[in-house]
Design a protein around this ligand. Sequence first.
Ligand code: NAD
Length: 510
Amino acid sequence: MSTDLTDSRLQSFNPATLELIGSVPEMTEGEVRQAVQRARKTFPSWSALPFHERADQMLAVRDVLMDRARDVGLRISKETGKPLADALVSEVFTSADLIGYYAKHGGRILSDKRVPTGILKTKKAYKTYEPLGVVGIISPWNYPFSLTFSPLVTALFAGNTVVLKGSEFTPLVSEMIAELFAEANVHPGILEVVTGGPATGGYLVSSGLQKIVFTGSTATGKKVMAAAAETLTPVVMELGGKDPMIVCEDADLDRAANAAVWGAFTNCGQVCTSVERVYVTEPVYEEFVEKVVERASEIRIGYEEGGSQFDVGSMTRPQQLATVEEHVADALDKGATVLAGGERRDDLGGHFYEPTVLVGVNHDMKVMSEETFGPLLPIMKVKDEAEAVRMANETRYGLASSVWTTSKSRAHRLVKEINAGGVVINDCLAHFGMPSLPFGGTKESGIGRTHGEEGLLEFVQVKAVLEDRFGPKTELFWYPVPPWLASGLVTAMRLMYRRGLKNKLFPPRR
Ligand code: NAD
């Protein structure tokens, strides 16, 4: 899809057919501020509802989503160019499942928690969680539904109200989210959708939000964070990745090859947790490459509205296709070889590029060092596991990774050695679809988490509560300070906290 910003409207195109499929307004600063104000007005009544009532409303949204699953999948497919099945599996299913997880576990996660009072036996203490206020969500085009819907419902479960801005390349999906909420008849005003490009996103960031959840590129994430710093607005940053896959000599090579091909080419490689580079240990390198090339060459690329005859659709943005071509040209210039694919396919009507397997690659090439976000699968031979780990960690990113081995001890050792927000063993990308697991990155892949307990706790502030239990008229160190307090405290503290002394004075019974 491409956009046209003339007349303050964004036009939306099907990237697989280049047909115009709709348009939305590009909202002004004033319109964004009004949306934030409306969300702020709704916050007291929404946050005052007990958790189970908010959960019930999110389940009502899920009911509508299930009734309209095919329509939603089709809208996603038409605006991104991905096959319908892909949209249903990775966007609609994951979103529905997340609602179920929080409806079941959210009440417990957000309930008050007693904490130990240590030496202060006359006190009671607990933590209580409160919603933040208005949360701003800014999301990308690659999974325009799930990456918007998931932080949206999480923020709402926690009692916040939300203003969201989806990508300017997929605005019709954002509108559909608003339609689902309206059809579910939820508390009015809990969700405001603003449409527009980077400028609209900028207005939202500076509109006095209580939190910003940004999903997008690392470069834009840095700008958003800098702008948020002006108002000390806290952020969750879900950014780019260059996810490694490590294949050890004892791996199930058939499963690993199938996974590499799916993990690199699903959604045309436009996945933050895509298999972006593969390291295979020497003894199985040739066999692995052979299997990957065979499977990659069988992939059916094309677009059929609502149909199932293709595995991989078109890329969503022509700019992304240009990046893919640039990375391939750079790799070929520096000595790499293409074993499958390697060509754009304008003959198919839209922004198509063949699933491409590259070998003879190294870390001087963009394809191994920069996020491609396209259908490329570069494979590199390494001497052993240690070299694979060193290579895997040689990146500014740290979003996800996968390790392939039949040895459990080796797998769990690799988990500890890889610096990333997620490690998947003998599978890939799957952790995003598990709502109980926190999702997010290390290094320049992001800050904070979505999903799981940690993801819900991002949307609340913790309040510390201490209560005196017995109500004496005074405390030991209140005024007037007793003359013996300082010396008595030194002795008492030594007895309590100086290791060894206590044992010497009161030897433990044997
Ligand atoms: P992008 O950074 O270009 O845009 C993301 C969003 O930010 C869009 O809605 C855009 O309008 C908005 N935006 C742009 N400039 C802005 C500004 N100055 N202020 C406020 N908002 C602004 O990213 P993209 O091209 O849409 O998405 C692709 C990137 O997203 C890739 O790098 C990918 O790895 C990353 N991504 C990360 C995750 C994750 O969970 N970590 C998931 C999906 C995609």
